[in-house]
Design a protein around this ligand. Structure first.
Ligand SMILES: NC(=O)C1=CN([C@@H]2O[C@H](COP(=O)(O)OP(=O)(O)OC[C@H]3O[C@@H](n4cnc5c(N)ncnc54)[C@H](O)[C@@H]3O)[C@@H](O)[C@H]2O)[C@@H](O)CC1
Ligand SMILES: Nc1ncnc2c1ncn2[C@@H]1O[C@H](COP(=O)(O)OP(=O)(O)O)[C@@H](O)[C@H]1O
Ligand SMILES: [K+]
Length: 506
């Protein structure tokens, strides 16, 4: 595997903030139309690179500056020799500002959208709506999107696929499915959150001349997950290290017929660098666990007094609780005593669902013992623990994770194809390296083990959760399509691969 290339992490900004960034750039003396020219030329370059064999381009222009990008792209495509048919959703004279100027610089005909004919062999440039989409699409544009979808013509989207909210990634009425999306200056949540991520196809981030300084000044503490964010916090095993300096993680097993999840987590933890990993098993499951464990150790923990005895040993730095454990009072008491004892705690699966009827006690303890707990809900578990946040249709997945992390005073690793990691301090990363074949039983148990291993190796919890999601995604890619969870632990890449100094930090 080639060494990871370090670069600054990619910031993600909401369209609202992007508007402020545009305004600040323009206010500092950069001409707005110049930004539009670069944006339009990048769109045309994308079309020419990927669709040079197309019969021509159908360029769809909307009522705002996204439409302006379309006029510029149309001009550059025509200058490059590609036949262009340009359709506008409004009378072209109504375009104002930079978009009006782009329209004036287009010397070809402008057809009304009603006349659109999706002729075979064409590529579609979608410049209907970008950051300014503020209500559901309906009427003629809805029909246009349906016709393009039915035609199966390839689509290159300007900034965002029309119909996708850049803030939430949600579909506003209907949306185009793009093969490529060319976006400007910074990624938007809609490029990474579902279903927007799927509708964007391959996203190309283009520098249109807005200085990095201006983007950084408006940063929303949100990034695409990348080793540049946490590579410097990865544990380093020095030559003088021994197993205890690499941390000791405990993973609770379920009862006799629910032991596999804990072993997947434990195996993943050892592969993620934990010096020692012990499965804590109820007596009914000791034999089942013993017959499967080798490097992972095993200890009987039946009840609270067994756990209390264990917690005296300060070397046991962290616990994974939940996978296969079973929902009930025992789990709740175990979780509360671990958090109270100030130990790192990964609550996954049943470890989350067990608190559905009242998480306040857990959250209160997390407030008293800050930065020790990571919760790893999938969508169903998130809905059980934070029903109000889950039900609020105004919130994006990022908003939900952020509010949940603040409420719980814990790191929230909100799983899915668009996993979001949020810290109680408001920092957020969106993970996008996970292949779809990670959606397999037991895959989440492995992830919980990786988080636990990084925590006992003294990685701060937000960085540990972000790194774990990334390593999990890379393991999924290395194990390949058709993987089963048993393949994942051995596919976890070596941590040294992503270790960095502070070069990537801004
Ligand atoms: N200087 C700048 O601000 C730059 C902006 N750029 C482009 O400008 C875009 C943003 O431009 P705008 O803010 O004008 O926004 P848009 O062009 O995305 O759309 C705004 C217009 O669409 C209307 N609208 C919104 N939702 C609608 C719906 N569902 N049905 C019908 N009409 C609807 C609004 O009333 C408004 O007239 C970016 O996405 C990007 O493509 C780029 O040219 C780069 C530079
Ligand atoms: N379509 C997908 N693409 C990428 N990753 C996915 C997808 N679906 C699920 N995942 C990931 O797979 C893991 C599944 O975890 P989880 O839902 O807890 O399953 P289990 O409990 O069976 O282990 C999570 O890390 C999740 O982010
Ligand atoms: K668009």
């Amino acid at each position: 595997m080639p060494p990871h290339t370090y670069h600054a992490p990619l910031p993600i900004v909401t369209p609202q903030t992007m508007g402020r960034i545009d305004a600040a750039a323009i206010g500092s003396g950069i001409e707005g139309y110049r930004l539009m020219l670069i944006a339009g030329s990048a769109i045309s370059a994308c079309v020419l690179e990927y669709y040079s064999e197309a019969v021509g381009a159908i360029v769809l222009c909307g009522p705002g500056n996204n439409g302006g990008d379309g006029y510029v792209a149309a001009r550059y495509l025509a200058e490059a020799g590609m036949p262009v048919l340009l359709y506008s959703s409004i009378e072209p004279e109504r375009l104002k500002g930079d978009a009006g100027r782009a329209r004036a610089d287009w010397s070809g005909p402008v057809y009304p959208l009603e006349e659109l004919d999706c002729m075979p062999g064409y590529v579609v440039v979608d410049a209907l709506f970008g950051a300014g989409l503020d209500r559901p699409i309906e009427g003629l544009i809805e029909e246009t999107i349906a016709a393009i979808t039915a035609s199966a013509l390839p689509v290159v989207a300007a900034d965002l696929p029309s119909g996708i909210s850049g803030r939430t990634g949600q579909v506003q009425g209907t949306a185009l499915q793009a093969e490529h999306t060319v976006t400007f200056a910074a990624l938007k949540p809609g490029h990474l959150l579902l279903p927007g991520a799927g509708c964007s196809g391959e996203t190309h981030l283009v520098d249109i001349g807005i200085p990095r300084r201006v983007i950084d000044e408006h940063n929303e503490a949100m990034w695409r997950n990348d080793p540049a964010l946490w590579g410097a916090d990865l544990p380093v095993t020095g030559a003088a290290g021994h197993k205890y300096t690499r941390g000791h993680l405990c993973v609770f097993s379920g009862s006799f017929s629910h032991t596999g999840a804990a072993r997947l987590a434990a195996h993943s933890a050892l592969r993620s660098g934990a010096g020692l990993v012990t499965v804590l098993s109820p007596s009914s499951a000791v034999a089942a666990n013993a017959s499967h464990l080798t490097a992972v150790m095993l200890r009987k923990v039946e009840d609270q007094s067994d756990l209390d005895e264990l917690l005296v040993d300060q070397r046991l730095g962290g616990f994974v609780l939940g996978p296969g454990f079973g929902i009930g009072e025992k789990l709740r008491q175990f979780a509360l005593s671990i958090v109270k004892a100030g130990r790192s705690c990964v609550l996954d699966a049943d470890g989350i669902s067990a608190f559905s009827d009242g998480p306040e006690m857990l959250f209160a303890l997390c407030r008293e013992n800050p930065l020790n707990t990571v919760l790893t809900p999938h969508d169903g578990e998130f809905a059980r623990l934070f029903p109000d946040l889950h039900a609020d249709a105004e919130l994006s997945k990022v908003d939900r994770a952020r509010k949940a992390a603040e409420r719980a005073n814990a790191v929230i690793l909100y799983k899915g194809a668009d996993t979001v990691i949020a810290g109680p301090d408001g920092r957020v990363v969106i993970n996008n390296n996970a292949p779809p074949w990670l959606a397999t039983a037991g895959s989440g148990d492995c992830l919980a083990g990786i988080v636990g291993a990084l925590l006992v190796q003294q990685m701060p919890p937000f960085e540990a959760a972000a790194a774990a999601a990334f390593l999990h995604g890379e393991a999924g890619k290395r194990a390949g399509e058709g993987l089963i969870a048993d393949d994942l632990p051995d596919a976890i890449p070596p941590l040294t691969h992503y270790q960095s100094d502070n070069r990537g930090r801004g």
